[in-house]
Design a protein around this ligand. Structure first.
Ligand SMILES: [Cu+2]
Length: 317
């Protein structure tokens, strides 16, 4: 091969190799360094061009290859940048920088408690046939309406209004959601924004947890028996966020994500209690998955305990 051709083909090879290395190693971690890589490469090759007898076509090819490599490197690098950006965004959504909590004087705090009743005759809870999965042990019945002696369980009660611009610390302890007997425990869960929900599977079968939110990120994850807990947070306030299991169609529960610690879920006796409230005027919301929402206004003075009962009529009115 004549010496000039050998030289030009060597340069072309070099350009190709450098471009390839740039892309493969991704050592250009940003758009700027990819661009400087291109400039450096160009400077190195350019002076050789002047004294070179290389044919024009070879040079066109070399420049084209150089430009293509640089473009590919830019694309690879900017793609990486975008990925980083989007993962940062979702990380921010998951854990927003916490504003300092507004101080509450513990000597003045009040309590709101009460009982929630179901007004009417509750239909008998439907039995659930779990025979499709031998890993689902025990008996199970629908929890859409859990009434005993007129007391309504699984009502989410929270301070909907009156807290103004107060902010609260996110509790460090997680709330636990357990899958046991192919049933969610609890059926209605309260959690603060950013607080961890620790999801356990104590069944000898695989579950697939699938929240279907309106305002939070949707996800679904499989959890085989004896696997590690799944830990999740919810970034935005959302009441009665449905959670289902993709393996077992009867499995349903609701997560309630709130910004304050002033919430409770009625127990089997229909009772709830919200403690530690600063004195003030509040709207208390009572929310049931099937019967809807009812609100009540309440004013609590310092150290006062006020009883706020509520009843739901059959049919949601
Ligand atoms: Cu399941």
């Amino acid at each position: 091969m004549p010496e000039d051709k050998l030289h030009s083909s060597r340069i072309t090879q070099e350009v190709e190799d450098r471009g390839r290395i740039c892309i493969l190693k991704k050592h250009s971690s940003s758009r700027r360094s990819a661009r400087s890589e291109f400039e450096k490469l160009k400077k190195e090759v350019e002076p050789q061009r002047k004294g070179d007898t290389m044919k024009k076509t070879t040079w066109t090819f070399a420049t084209f290859t150089l430009a293509l490599c640089a473009l590919l490197a830019l694309a690879a690098c900017s793609k990486k940048e975008n990925t980083e950006q989007s993962s940062n965004t979702s990380a921010e959504q998951q854990a927003q920088p916490a504003a300092p909590a507004t101080p509450i004087d513990p000597a003045t705090v009040a309590t709101v408690n009460g009982t929630v009743k179901f007004d009417g005759t509750a239909p008998k809870a439907a039995k659930i046939d779990m025979s499709q999965d031998p890993g689902c042990k025990g008996t199970n019945e629908a929890e859409t309406l859990v009434v005993s002696g007129g007391d309504l369980a699984n009502v989410f009660v929270y301070v909907k209004d009156g807290l103004g611009s107060r902010t609260f610390d996110t509790p460090k302890d997680p709330v636990v959601l357990e899958q046991k007997g192919c049933q969610y425990h609890p059926h209605v869960l309260g959690v603060m924004t950013g607080q961890t929900v620790d999801i356990k599977n104590t069944d000898p079968t695989t579950h697939n947890i699938h929240p279907t939110p309106k305002d939070n990120r949707e996800w679904n994850e499989s959890q085989p028996p004896s696997s590690a807990d799944i830990q999740k947070t919810f970034a935005r306030e959302e009441i009665m966020l449905p959670v289902k299991c993709n393996q077992h169609p009867w499995m349903k529960m609701y997560v309630n994500v709130v910004k304050s610690p002033f919430y409770a879920v009625t127990d089997k006796s229909g009772k709830y209690e919200i403690k530690g409230l600063p004195p003030g005027d509040y709207t208390i919301a009572f929310v049931h998955e099937k019967l809807g929402e009812q609100d009540q206004k309440v004013t609590v003075a310092a150290k006062e305990t006020k009883t706020v009962d509520q009843s739901f009529k059959a049919g949601g009115e």
